[in-house]
Ligand binder design. Structure first.
Ligand SMILES: O=C[C@H](O)COP(=O)(O)O
Length: 251
């Protein structure tokens, strides 16, 4: 009932020319696939190129961030209206790198999530614990606070339009992946928290795992009942590895 979502977060990689070349290689590798949502989130500077390149393909476009105001004197920022005009359907909100380096908080996540929904952008709301929090057995309380505060302004009917990505900070770009069982336990916990806020809508919310996802581990992760997809960083930069992830192909 929940269609798998495979989202590539290109972070601050890929020029427009490199983006064009990657998408030209990727589309033929995945265009026959059914029953998948495939999303690419390039840097802002590649959105225009990709919005044309994905036309007629199964790939959808997302941004890595946005500023929660329609327009205005906010030098260096990009609004949801601008993302919508570039055919974006998704936007990553509150990635741990945004929280760590750019001061994003649960309250900015809440504001951005609500604004994204107002522009029909599907927010991919990121949550996850640091290594210290994990070692102090604070994974669940940390994530519960991130979800309750991040989704605080939403009302009935809006929760099912949100995607949540569980990304343990210690697993991002480190080659260390949470075991499928650990990732499942946290994703199941996330669904319980969402259900306590949103009732039955929680069953419709895709919950993704992110953190060193690669072709070698995608199949096992996807076999877990509460893992509905992946938010992929490094392995989404090459067409072949991302295609294998999208296809759940280890080899
Ligand atoms: O948004 C993606 C995550 O930060 C995971 O990145 P990674 O796959 O390079 O570990």
């Amino acid at each position: 009932m929940r269609v798998p979502v495979l989202a590539g977060n290109w972070k601050m990689y890929m020029t427009p020319t490199e983006s064009q070349s990657m998408i030209d290689q990727l589309i033929p590798l995945i265009e026959d696939l059914q029953n998948r949502k495939v999303v690419l989130c390039p840097p802002y500077t590649s959105l225009s190129v990709l919005s044309k390149a994905i036309e007629g393909s199964p790939i959808q476009l997302g941004a890595q961030n946005m500023y929660p105001v329609d327009e205005g004197a906010f030098t260096g920022e990009v609004s949801p209206k601008m993302l919508q005009a570039l055919q974006c359907s998704y936007v990553i909100i509150g990635h741990s790198e945004r929280r760590q380096y750019f001061g994003e908080t649960d309250s900015s996540v809440a504001e951005k999530t609500l604004k994204a929904l107002q522009y029909n952008l599907t927010p991919i709301v990121c949550v996850g614990e640091t290594l210290e929090q994990r070692e102090e057995k604070l994974t669940e309380p940390t994530i519960e606070i991130q979800i309750r505060k991040g989704l605080a302004p939403l009302v009935a009917g809006q929760f099912e339009k949100v995607i949540i990505a569980y990304e343990p900070v210690w697993a991002i770009g480190t080659g260390r992946t949470a075991s499928p069982e650990d990732a499942q336990d946290v994703c199941a916990f996330i669904r319980t928290i969402v259900a306590s806020i949103a009732g039955d809508e929680a069953q419709k919310v895709p919950i993704l795992y992110g953190g060193s996802v690669k072709p070698e581990n995608i199949k096992e992760l996807m076999s877990q009942p509460d893992i509905d997809g992946a938010l992929v960083g490094g392995a989404s930069l090459k067409a072949e590895s991302f295609a294998r992830i999208v296809r759940f192909e280890e080899q």
